[in-house]
Each structure stands twice: as structure tokens, then as C-alpha cells.
Write a protein of this length. Structure first.
Length: 164
């Protein structure tokens, strides 16, 4: 899929550019949620980390948004979570925001899920991610209850679905 000024490319989940962008996302989320997670015990933090883990065998697609010079600046994963299809690890680097990258990546994930036979796409986010919440709402995602594997360790998550 191509968009003005960038293109979207499917890559392996372990593509070094994808791994690097997920690292940027991890750093951003660590900063946003640092105070909220400050009182976690090590065992609870480990449970949360396990709930957030994306295992390669679950990944249906990993997409990158690339600039004209092949610089990666956006990332998203579509994974199978049991019988569900889940949007995970959406990130757009700060310098590339407000160009429609997040919207294009989200739309491509929804299209891949639709073509794969999904009934809906679900996702988990949080209150400290207002930009993401705005994107999901304007892209047509609607709120749903917190779902597994997030119920125990992130009961205040904000979860959404896009019905196909």
C-alpha cells in the first residue's frame, strides 16, 4: 500500500527495523506509565510483561511505514490471540506524526484481518496514550470490556474493537 510521502511494507516480525521501532515504543510507554507502575512488585511486573508479550508464532503480519529514502518511521503488528485478531505495537516516531501514518497502518491491519476472515479487530491501550485513543476512535473502533490477557495485570486498560 502506498500513501503520499511514504509506503507500507510487510516485513518479518524480527526485521531489525521493526525491532528498533518496538524499542522506541517501549521507551515511550515506560515514560508515560512510569508513575502508574511504580508500586508493582517484581512478580506483578513479570506477569504484566508476560501479558504484553507478542510471540512470533502469533504474528500474522508486521508492517512498517517507510519514507521515500527507506527510513522506517511507523510500525504495527496483527496477531492472532486465540480466536481473535489483535492490533498490537502501533508506533509512529514523533518526527513523522500528523502525516496519516498511524491511520494508514491501522487501515492496512483492518484490511488484512478482513481478508483473513476475522469478524473483528481488537486492541488494548491506556489513558496515558491520548493520541492513540483519538486515532482509534476516529478510525471507527468502539470501546469493549478489558479482555484476556490484560484483565489481571491491566484492569484499567482501554480496549476497543472494529467490527468487520
Amino acid at each position: 500500500m502506498s500513501e503520499p510521502g511514504f509506503r507500507i511494507e510487510q516485513v518479518p516480525v524480527d526485521d531489525p527495523r521493526a525491532v528498533a521501532l518496538r524499542g522506541i515504543l517501549d521507551d515511550d510507554l515506560d515514560e508515560r506509565y512510569r508513575d502508574a507502575d511504580a508500586d508493582d512488585t517484581p512478580s506483578f511486573a513479570a506477569k504484566r510483561e508476560a501479558a504484553l508479550a507478542v510471540h512470533p508464532e502469533q504474528v500474522v503480519a508486521t508492517l512498517l511505514a517507510l519514507d521515500a529514502d527507506d527510513t522506517p518511521f511507523g510500525h504495527v503488528i496483527l496477531r492472532r490471540l486465540g480466536d481473535e485478531w489483535e492490533l498490537k505495537r502501533l508506533v509512529v516516531v514523533a518526527a513523522a506524526r500528523r502525516r496519516g501514518v498511524g491511520r494508514a497502518l491501522t487501515a492496512e491491519i483492518v484490511d488484512l484481518a478482513r481478508r483473513g476472515g476475522a469478524a473483528r479487530v481488537i486492541l488494548q491501550s491506556g489513558r496515558m496514550q491520548p493520541e492513540s485513543l483519538h486515532l482509534y476512535a476516529t478510525a471507527g473502533f468502539t470501546p469493549i470490556p478489558v479482555y484476556e490477557p490484560y484483565i489481571e495485570t491491566m484492569p484499567l486498560s482501554l480496549c476497543f474493537e472494529y467490527v468487520l
